[in-house]
Design a protein. Sequence first.
Length: 273
Amino acid sequence: MTLRERAVVAARPAGARVLLSAGAAAALALAGGCTDAPERSAAAKGADPSAAPSAEVPEATTHTTVHGAPYDLAPASPAGGLVVHPITRQTVLDAPGGRPVATLPTTQLGSPTWVPVVSRSGAWVQVLLPSKPNGSTGWMSTAQGGLRTARTSYLVKVDVSRRRLTLLRSGRTVGRWTVAVGARRTPTPAGRTFLLALLQPSSRTPSPLLIPLGTHSATLDSFGGGPGTVALHGWPDPSVFGKAVTHGCVRVPDAALRALSHVPLGTLVLITG
């Protein structure tokens, strides 16, 4: 782990394992197969994704929708490993010097906010956002001194068609595991996303750790009362690995979960297939 990666990890509270209160765990209720609670489809809700934004821009979190954010134009690119952390709440624009579309808070789900940089223009950085719609990005200025930067040498790849998760460090494979992915009606969403938080539920769940990603189910608008957030997590029954059986989450073996728990927040996750 590089010095900058240690800086990322050091920013995580309590060794990056955040104990969720019962209320927080219920509010999160990650979609994609993390629980077996009743789900609600996006079609059933009937929300209009083109609805005009409110006068006050939203926070960019896993619970919100950001209107007018530019879409990620290179969803298969590994980017460069640069990640940023807002020391104070930052305004997110639709272009360098453009229109505000959101604010980025300092924490996400109890973990420090780290987001990957996917493009740069002078003092401006374009980052992936954890909000809906999937692939949302935004621009922030580094000139104001409100962003801490670091680099991660890690990259996570999820090949949905092969049901395989690969962990790379400095371009070299350090782990490869057969995993379970989304079923046909609730697929794991493709594209670029990132490790959003690291959670250790305070109540008994199928996984000792949950690693929410900055992406959401494309077919379930909510799951168990949560926002449809996709996550990487363990599963007690190994017979599921190699199958498309989840509600969009990626179920991983214990060894993969242990390895992923040491990967810095903000690390890019490429989901293909």
